[in-house]
Design a protein around this ligand. Structure first.
Ligand SMILES: [Zn+2]
Length: 147
């Protein structure tokens, strides 16, 4: 028989109701409930994480060029510059995608500025902080009124 239980979404913190069949045993209902998220929130988290990983990978490539080569000669400096310039359009694309995902989830028009990928190019070691700051920033914006 189908049962239902209230839960608090682990991503947005809002309440939800989960349904389960009591013929399918759940070891710990409390533990199961603590892991639940709304479908929409879950999809958002997966999509966001996927882009975050891609952005981090590009930033790691920039960092590797900077740290290990240590700019000992002109050839290496040129290679490092080339890596940054190659990363620019990729980070521009990825940050657009990231902004689309985050703003859609928060019911906002996409907010993107060239400063976003530029910050990542300037501070690839702080990519996680830059992405977190972006999300925190859009969370504070007023939501459009729904009819
Ligand atoms: Zn949720």
């Amino acid at each position: 028989m189908t049962q239902s239980t209230p839960y608090k979404c682990k991503i947005c913190g809002r309440p939800g109701v989960a349904r389960y069949d009591d013929s399918c045993p759940i070891n710990s209902l409390q533990a199961w409930v603590s892991m639940l998220a709304h479908d929409r929130c879950h999809d958002y988290a997966i999509a966001r994480r996927r882009v975050e990983r891609s952005i981090s990978a590009v930033c790691d490539t920039i960092l590797r060029t900077r740290v290990h080569d240590n700019f000992p000669d002109d050839v290496t400096v040129e290679r490092a510059k080339h890596t940054v310039e190659s990363a620019r359009p990729i980070l521009s694309f990825l940050t657009h995608r990231y902004a689309d995902i985050c703003c859609a989830y928060h019911h906002l028009q996409t907010i993107w500025e060239p400063d976003f990928p530029q910050q990542l190019l300037d501070h690839p070691d702080k990519s996680k902080l830059i992405m977190t700051t972006y999300v925190q920033g859009i969370k504070t914006l007023p939501r459009p009124k729904t009819a």
